[in-house]
Each structure stands twice: as structure tokens, then as C-alpha cells.
Design a protein around this ligand. Structure first.
Ligand code: ZN
Length: 303
């Protein structure tokens, strides 16, 4: 297979995106999960989000989690925030990598943060100014980039316009979120291709949910276009708030297992990650969707 990146960077989002979509778990368990992840070799961990505890009670202990984890050398930790207030809290807690999320779909943005996409975009300029003044970087995550549970397909031009506006407001990096797993490889290629043409130098991360089983196929399509930065969650932790019982993010160990065999380095120790996936499963108290967790690596032999 031609032209795959030699190495990719993974951001583990299980502790945030994953646990946000599970029944609340104890702070101790979250801290232990992040500490285990920190020892797997994964380069980045999205540790918490600063959202209103009434909106997302699963993240009410964000400050405590962040204070108690053992921050490993060589791991970058980030926090997600939906608005200026949340960004302020993340900066006060000492985060220097902030993710701010805005939905390409106006309906989704209103349901999520009670404001229009335009209003959220306007906030980004202020958020960036505040973050930069405190030495932090801002990644703009464009959610519902491949479709919205309320509006259906979101036009490509609209996604590109929202991304362009976030960058024009000073965001340092861009991420596209397939919030409810509506992307397919063709759609990934289209959006990545157009984005690369318009913003060739902007760091681009992709965030896929495996809601409809297309997660790894989407990763492969993006790899073939040279994208080298992906989100994934250990065990496939999480779910979809709009589809009860659906799968969560692409499972980190499935991604690592596939791409490492294709010659793409991740820096992640697969056995350590599988142990952590089992830990995540015990933490939430139910089976997680990861198939590599069930079956083991492809080289595992029968006893
Ligand atoms: Zn997500």
C-alpha cells in the first residue's frame, strides 16, 4: 500500500468522550484508567472536559481527576471545553492544550450549547486570545462534520466554512468529529482533500465513531491521504447519545493493531493497551465493543 505515513499520533479520548457516554464512574477509577493509559506509550490523552455538571454529570470531577493523575513525561494531556467559561476553567487548572468544539450543524450546536454555530464561532476569537495569552494552544473541533442526528447530511461547503472561520479566528489546529458515525471513506476523502487544499499547513486530526462499523475504514481512507493524527478510545469505550446501545469511538487497540501491521508506527504497546482496555471494561461494568479485546492480536495462537 502506497504512501502511508511512517508514524501517526494518537489521542486517547476514552477518559473524556468514552466515559461521558457511559454511566458515571467513581473518580478513583477514572484516575486509575488515565494512569494506565499514560503507561501504554500513547502520546496524547484527552483527560477531561469542562462542561456544566448539570449538562454532563460524568465530568463533574474534572478538576479532581486532573489533580490526581500521575502526569507521565512524554504524554500530552488536553481538556475539551464547549465555551469560554469552560476554557477559562481548563486554563485555570493548568491545561496548555485546549479543544473547543463547534458543530457544523446549527441544530446540533443549539442542542449542545444552546447557541447558534455563528455565536460559537464568534466565541473562538476570544477563546484563542485568552488561551494564547496564557501560553496554551487551541484546537477547533468541528463536530457533526459528516452529518448530524437532527439535520442529516451537513453540506461539505458548510463544514469547510465553519472550519475556515475557526482558523480565521486564530485556532492553532483543526479536528473533524464524526459525532454520530455517519462518515464513509468516500466522504472522508472528500472533506480531507478539500481541507488540505484550503489549509495545507494546518494540523488536522480526525475523530471517528464506529456507530455504523465504518470507523477503521475511515481511518484507512485518511491514512492514504497522509493524515497522521487520530482520536480513538480504549476498548471502544463510549457510545452515542442519539443511538442507545450503539458503539463508541474507534477502539484504540483496533486502530493500533491494524496500522502497526501495515508498517505505521504508533508508539503504543499493544499488550499494555489491551490490559488497559480490560481495565476499562471492569470500570464500566459491561462488555466493550472492541473486537481485538475479544479475539486478541492476530498473532495469538490457540492454547
Ligand atoms: Zn466523539
Amino acid at each position: 500500500m502506497s504512501d502511508l505515513p511512517e508514524r501517526i499520533s494518537l489521542r486517547e479520548v476514552g477518559p473524556r468522550d468514552g466515559l461521558q457516554n457511559e454511566e458515571p464512574v467513581a473518580t478513583d477509577g477514572k484516575v486509575a484508567l488515565i494512569d494506565s493509559l499514560s503507561r501504554t506509550g500513547v502520546g496524547r490523552i484527552e483527560a477531561v472536559s469542562y462542561v456544566h455538571p448539570r449538562a454532563i454529570p460524568q465530568m463533574a470531577d474534572a478538576d479532581e481527576v486532573w489533580a490526581r493523575i500521575e502526569r507521565a513525561a512524554g504524554v500530552r494531556y488536553s481538556a475539551l471545553a464547549p465555551n469560554l467559561r469552560g476554557v477559562q476553567r481548563a486554563l485555570d487548572a493548568g491545561f496548555d492544550e485546549i479543544e473547543v468544539v463547534v458543530s457544523a450543524s446549527d441544530t446540533h450546536n443549539r442542542r449542545n450549547v444552546n447557541r447558534s454555530t455563528e455565536e460559537s464561532l464568534d466565541d473562538i476569537a476570544q477563546i484563542v486570545e485568552l488561551a494564547h495569552a496564557r501560553g496554551a494552544t487551541v484546537q477547533a473541533i468541528v463536530a457533526t462534520a459528516w452529518g448530524c442526528p437532527y439535520e442529516g447530511d451537513v453540506p461539505l461547503e458548510r463544514v469547510l466554512r465553519v472550519a475556515g472561520a475557526a482558523l480565521a479566528h486564530g485556532a492553532d489546529a483543526l479536528s473533524y468529529g464524526d459525532t454520530t458515525g455517519m462518515a464513509t471513506p468516500t466522504r472522508v476523502s472528500e472533506l480531507v482533500g478539500e481541507t488540505r487544499m484550503r489549509h495545507p499547513d494546518v494540523p488536522l486530526n480526525l475523530h471517528f465513531h464506529n456507530t455504523r462499523g465504518t470507523g477503521l475504514a475511515n481511518v484507512l481512507a485518511a491514512l492514504q491521504l497522509g493524515v497522521a493524527d487520530f482520536d480513538a478510545s480504549v476498548g471502544g469505550l463510549g457510545g452515542c447519545p442519539y443511538a442507545p446501545g450503539a458503539s463508541g469511538n474507534v477502539a484504540t487497540e483496533e486502530l493500533v493493531h491494524m496500522v502497526e501491521d501495515m508498517g505505521v508506527a504508533t508508539g503504543v504497546d499493544l499488550p499494555a493497551l489491551l490490559d488497559t482496555a480490560a481495565q476499562a471494561e471492569r470500570l464500566v461494568g459491561h462488555t466493550l465493543p472492541s473486537q481485538v479485546l475479544r479475539a486478541g492480536p492476530r498473532t495469538r495462537t490457540a492454547d
